[in-house]
Each structure stands twice: as structure tokens, then as C-alpha cells.
Design a protein around this ligand. Structure first.
Ligand code: AMP
Length: 214
């Protein structure tokens, strides 16, 4: 299974990618997570990416294509992958298509997470991530249960992402509309696009996603 999850920041792609990964054993490939790992490790890429991410802008296409090429060459991606947050521009989508043609592994489907902008803002304001395992929660709709422990056996250590503040969120949504939304038509024209309503309980969205990729 080779999927692209497309949608605005806060539309639930990351959460659904994590849930689909555990159901199907196919790795979630989140370019945002890969960049945040580089920032945490203090690599050259991380230093370069941090300022761009903090400003709510996009890291350049050539860098992103390099990251994806490397990530998809890892052995676990042979079983397929769930792309979360990539591609985000037409140039990235063209580059991805070339890369996948080269390795003979075309995309099966692109799922668009359709959501009202008001719901997006509420979701982003309440979003928290575990500092240690990277799992995504929401203070209202998806808090960790008492029995739901982190991979190290302790409780999750929840933090707000630095780019989830109001000002950066506004910028990220503007960048999404301008640079990423054109991908909806791009994938519709080649018959890969499936649309799901991304508002609802986790279970509802799980079911819609499963139907869309069945
Ligand atoms: P995300 O976790 O997907 O919301 O990504 C967080 C930030 O990482 C974005 O706001 C961008 O600054 C950067 N980023 C992630 N994926 C990409 C991409 N495909 N192209 C450019 N920048 C990206």
C-alpha cells in the first residue's frame, strides 16, 4: 500500500497516518517529523530547517525531495508507505512521481482530508505531542488514557509544537492554500484523489479512510 495523505495542517493526517500504520504495519513517513528529528539532533539540515519551520514557511523542494528519496530507500518502505505532509508543492509532486516511476512503485491513492477552517483552528490550538514517542494527542478530543503509557513505560510527556502558536498557524494555513491546495486538482486529474470528511470522532475518520482506500 502506497498512500499520500493530503490536507491542511490540523486536518488529522498525522493522527490517521499513525493509526493506519499500527493497523496495517506500513510505515508513516512524515516529513514534518523527519525535519523535527533533524532539528533535535542539531544537524546542518536541522539548523537550516528550524528557522523556516518557525516562520510557518516551506523548506525548499530540492531538500525535501532529497529527504524523501533517502527515506523511501530504507528497507521498511519496501512494504509500502503512508506519506504524511509530502508532497506539499507541485514541484514535489512531480519529483515524487519521477522517483516512484524510477523504482517501479507508483502511488495507489491520494486521500484528501476535507475540513472546515474553524474546526482546524480548534484542533491546532489543542494539539499536543509526546516529547518522547512523538504520538499526537488533543486536550479535548483525544487525551491519553491513564493506562495508555509511553514506549518507555512512563506517562506521555505532552508539549505543544512551537509552530502551533496562533501567528504561525495563520501563516501555515496561508501557505497551504497557496502552495499545497493546487495538488487537489493535480491528483484529481490523474484519477488518484479520494476525498474524506475529516471532521468526526477518531473511529469515524478511521472508517472513512479505510473505505476510501479499500
Ligand atoms: P508538519 O508536521 O507536516 O505540519 O510540518 C511542519 C513543518 O515542516 C511545515 O510547516 C514546514 O515548515 C516543514 N515541512 C514539512 N513537510 C514539508 C514539505 N513536504 N515541504 C516543505 N516543508 C515541509
Amino acid at each position: 500500500m502506497r498512500l499520500v495523505l493530503l490536507g491542511a495542517p490540523g486536518s488529522g493526517k498525522g493522527t490517521q497516518a499513525q493509526r493506519l500504520q499500527s493497523r496495517r504495519g506500513v510505515p508513516q513517513v512524515s516529513t514534518g517529523d523527519l525535519l523535527r528529528e533533524a532539528v533535535a539532533a542539531g544537524t546542518e539540515l536541522g539548523r537550516k530547517a528550524q528557522a523556516v519551520m518557525d516562520a510557518g514557511q516551506l523548506v525548499d523542494d530540492a531538500t525535501m525531495l532529497g529527504i524523501i528519496r533517502e527515506r523511501l530507500a530504507r528497507p521498511d518502505a519496501k512494504r509500502g508507505f503512508i506519506l504524511d505532509g509530502f508532497p506539499r508543492t507541485i514541484v514535489q509532486a512531480d519529483g515524487l512521481a519521477r522517483l516512484l516511476t524510477e523504482i517501479g512503485e507508483p502511488i495507489d491513492a491520494v486521500v484528501l482530508f476535507d475540513i472546515d477552517p474553524f474546526v482546524l483552528e480548534r484542533r491546532l490550538a489543542g494539539r499536543r505531542t509526546c516529547r518522547r514517542c512523538g504520538r499526537v494527542f488533543h486536550v479535548e478530543s483525544n487525551p491519553p488514557a491513564a493506562s495508555d503509557l509511553c514506549t518507555d513505560g512512563g506517562p506521555h510527556d505532552l508539549v505543544q509544537r512551537p509552530d502551533d502558536n496562533e501567528e504561525t498557524v495563520r501563516q501555515r494555513l496561508a501557505v497551504y492554500r497557496e502552495r499545497t491546495q493546487p495538488l487537489i486538482d493535480y491528483y484529481a486529474k490523474i484519477g488518484l484523489l479520494r476525498r474524506i470528511d475529516a471532521d468526526g470522532s477518531l473511529g469515524d475518520v478511521d472508517a472513512r479512510l479505510e473505505r476510501a482506500i479499500a
